[in-house]
Design a protein around this ligand. Structure first.
Ligand code: FEO
Length: 600
């Protein structure tokens, strides 16, 4: 096979292999690629598996004719590529080996020699000139062994990518699923743990003008390279490639399977674009690993077994965690007839995994499905599919005003003075309207004393709360009225002031702005003050406190256990009752019934 004018393919296909690397099934066989670069000097790129010595040496002899190779470039020492180094060196005693220092150390261990008088050691950026072809070596440690080199031929714009961009499957059969499926299974099975190292190599590759990628397994890639590079970028950054949910399960007598089938059907009903169900005892484990990395949501369903979990599930989770499983949502379904604890065990196995979100709902099956576990399946399906449902015109809830909280609201303390005392209140609507002239809008509820003061005095300070602000700041400025209390009474020492004479918070803010009102728009419940900025100070680079950060990290979790009633979403106050009256006002923060939600 001709790769370019000067580059020929001399690899072999293996259809006898049972398990690649001793564990991966390869129903379409395996290719061990090798290449020859013709020039004034001739370079052979890597050798092949030990079962193909003569076929490969014949391939070399056949393409070389009367010529002899000058170099054997060894990019990777794993035996599927290095097994014939000694045979090559014996067949071509004039040839030299080009490899990394680490590769030569491995040769000593594998073969008892590092070919000391015939070796050329190369590292990052080193070059080898064959004539018009100039090879540049790129170190690619842990893609997928530490000694790995990739090689760039700038003349033909070819990247020899070692194991990178490889796939399962021989080259003499067409893969009915295309390139990505078996390349993905190969990637996550073999290189998945080393995402950071793959990212480092991709950054180096981005600086090269590449027209062809020649990997050590699978087809040569010479069209639409952006497609392959993009997939490698997603995979190595642990990104989510496809929308959908994977359910990986084990089932001993079929009851867990029944629950899994029920969940799968619910997920589909709720618009999940793809539901992958895999039986870890019977299906290919590494297909399941591949899918777990491909999709963003994973449901694990298994039984409690020997006070642990079913062995196939333990193996599966280990495969995930040792490959750096991260940035995903995981949900659990457990089955146990007397002491179910599979959820606890499975969850603990992800303790060291980064950026994992556990679903709030879990499914607990006691021997077989009942009404309670069926309801849990419904709740889990709803949780996992909420965004899919909202994408769908038919199932979307189109009047959910909590969408407004998704706007990047900061939280601010507006400080004022009514002529007798300093005051402040929390607001969440401060917006820069224009740049030149600089105009800022501040909305304040008309029932707040602060509104009254600003309306009267025409000046205010906006204190931008940082993420360091504790809950007591919100209690002080948000849950009581400045008409009745002095909110600065507890401040120690002199309270700082801006040039307009108004106070600002000595701590917990990242900026303060002094504003002068130039217009007011009556919005009914609120007044919108259009202001010019008379002073602006930045206190720190700590991130601004947003509404969502406050909800997740600052507001104490309300103690709701065993209680029945409603909880205030603003301050966490719990009101125990059967029905919350429409005119109810939170005794803590003074927000109305609309800001309450029922306790589960
Ligand atoms: Fe294809 Fe890492 O050997």
């Amino acid at each position: 096979m001709q790769i370019s004018n000067d580059i020929r393919y001399i690899g072999v296909d293996d259809h006898k292999i049972d398990l690649f690397e001793g564990q991966y099934v390869v129903p379409l066989g395996m290719a061990y690629n090798s290449y020859v670069i013709f020039d004034e000097k001739i370079a052979v790129m890597d050798t092949v598996d030990r079962n193909f010595t003569h076929e490969w040496l014949d391939n070399i002899a056949s393409v070389l004719g009367t010529r002899k190779p000058d170099y054997l470039v060894v990019q990777h020492m794993e035996p599927d590529h290095s097994a014939n180094i000694v045979n090559f060196m014996n067949a071509y005693p004039q040839a030299k080996i080009v490899a990394s220092d680490k590769a030569f150390k491995m040769m000593l261990n594998f073969f008892g020699t590092d070919f000391a008088d015939r070796k050329i050691v190369v590292g990052e950026g080193d070059t080898l000139t064959l004539g018009k072809h100039n090879l540049t070596f790129i170190t690619a440690p842990m893609v997928h062994w530490p000694e790995v080199l990739m090689t760039y031929d700038s003349t033909d714009k070819v990247l020899f990518s070692a194991d990178g961009f490889g796939k399962f499957g021989a080259n003499d059969v067409e893969d009915p699923e295309g390139w990505a499926c078996e390349a993905r299974r190969y990637y996550f099975g073999i290189v998945g743990k080393y995402g950071a190292q793959v990212q480092a190599v991709l950054k180096k590759a981005a600086k090269l003008d590449i027209e062809t990628i020649c990997p050590l397994h699978g087809p040569v890639l010479n069209e639409n390279l952006g497609y392959y590079l993009n997939l490698y970028d997603i995979w190595s950054s642990y990104g989510i490639e496809s929308d959908g949910i994977v359910i990986a399960y084990t089932s001993v007598y079929g009851n867990t399977k029944k629950a899994v089938d029920t969940l799968a059907s619910e997920l589909k009903k709720r618009g999940c674009p793809k539901v992958v169900v895999t039986d870890l005892a019977r299906d290919d484990m590494f297909e399941a690993v591949e899918d777990a990395f491909r999709y963003g949501r994973l449901v694990l369903a298994t039984t409690t077994y020997n006070a642990d979990i079913f062995p196939f599930m333990r193996t599966f989770i280990t495969h995930l965690t040792e490959r750096g499983y991260q940035k995903r949502t995981i949900a659990f379904m457990e089955n146990g007839s007397w002491a179910p604890q599979a959820t606890k065990v499975m969850k603990s196995m992800f303790e060291k995994s980064k950026d994992i979100t556990f679903a709030e709902n879990t499914v607990k099956i006691i021997s077989s499905l009942n009404d309670e576990s069926k309801a849990q399946i419904q709740a889990l399906a709803q949780e996992l599919c909420s965004d899919y449902e909202q994408r769908n015109q038919e199932t979307a809830s189109k009047n959910d005003m909590t969408a407004l909280f998704k706007i990047g609201y900061g939280l601010y303390v507006v400080t004022t003075n009514d002529g007798t005392k300093d005051n402040g209140c929390i607001v969440n609507t401060v917006t820069q309207l224009t740049d030149s002239p600089l105009r800022v809008a501040v909305n304040i509820n008309k029932t707040n004393y602060t509104y009254h003061v600003v309306h009267k005095t025409g000046i205010l300070n906006v204190n931008c709360l940082s993420q360091e602000a504790p809950f007591k700041v919100f209690e002080n400025f948000g849950f009581q009225s400045g008409r009745n209390v002095d909110k600065f009474v507890d401040c120690e020492g002199e309270i700082p002031r801006t040039d307009n004479g108004l106070v600002f918070l000595p701590r917990y803010i990242n900026a303060v702005m002094s504003l002068k009102v130039i217009d007011e728009v009556d919005l009914g419940s609120h007044g919108m003050f259009i202001c010019e900025v008379t002073e602006a100070r930045v206190m720190s680079n700590v991130e601004t406190m947003t509404y969502s950060y406050y909800q997740s990290n600052v507001k104490p979790k309300p103690k709701t256990e065993g209680k029945k009633g409603y909880v205030c979403k603003i301050c966490g106050y719990v009101h125990e009752c059967d029905e919350l009256p429409d005119n109810f006002v939170c005794p803590l923060c003074k927000h109305g019934a609309a800001d309450f939600e029922p306790l589960n």
